[in-house]
Design a protein around this ligand. Sequence first.
Ligand SMILES: C[S@@+](CC[C@H](N)C(=O)[O-])C[C@H]1O[C@@H](n2cnc3c(N)ncnc32)[C@H](O)[C@@H]1O
Length: 283
Amino acid sequence: MIPENQNKALHAWQTSARYWDKHRDLITKMFAPLTSGLVEQAQIGIGQNVLDIGGGSGEPSLTISRIVGPTGSVTYTDPVAGMLESAQAEAARRGVTNIHFRQCSANDLPFETCTFDVAVGRLSAMFFADPIAAVREALRVLLEDGSVAFAVWGSSEANPFFSTVTNVIDRFLEGYPQDSDAPDTFRFAVPDKLAEILEQADAKNVIERQLDFRIEAAISFEQFWKLRTEMSDSLREKMGRLTPAQLPTVKQTVADAARKYFASGTMSFPAEALIVTGRKSAI
Ligand SMILES: C[S@@+](CC[C@H](N)C(=O)[O-])C[C@H]1O[C@@H](n2cnc3c(N)ncnc32)[C@H](O)[C@@H]1O
């Protein structure tokens, strides 16, 4: 049976799915450097069979399907039906035929031992119910010497795309229990934390690389505000707790704090992620 808190989290992702679908083009562009980092670190190439764990609205599966080409394949997984439907519809719209779709959790992968060359997860590892068990599962389904690679966010301070909004809202919600923006977004922000989990799960050659990049898109502050307040379940919930009178003040305060990231006329935030990779040892 799925524990209640996990059920609640998956339900929240189900609600988020429609917003991730709505903002898909922006999200694809903003987080493309994370996919490039994963592809590079895991050395993904033509003809490989790649597993995507927690593929959300379709990335990195869609990008990797182009890289592995018709002789390779991608197996997309996510436990949330709405996410899978959105990713599958987008693949069909693009005429992509080398992605297989399975609805499943990272902790219970319905695949044979020794199936994939590489397993990746972009911004999903922080939401795994039991990360060590999930990494063991990923290693189990990898071929001998196959690679696993996860992209997770660095610290909140190094990621103003998130903190510029949440710092302001949290000030207005003082007195309420503080649950930071998506409590688990920064779960692996502390250096080495995820790397140690890979080691505990028996991965070899574990490497953690810091990826500094910019989250950029040709959008205004208004569009950024809409994107952020729709995409995140915890922000949607917090916005619901503000009084109608507080809302315009909160938005204006965020606009003032975010002004420097829109100085060029479009959005450009500095960002920091960690890409953690490891290998399956000889059996
Ligand atoms: C922040 S989204 C990232 C989605 C996508 N990989 C991307 O980068 O756009 C996190 C994803 O993790 C998925 N997720 C949550 N719990 C999970 C679990 N236990 N196992 C695998 N995926 C999970 C969610 O359904 C969601 O699609």
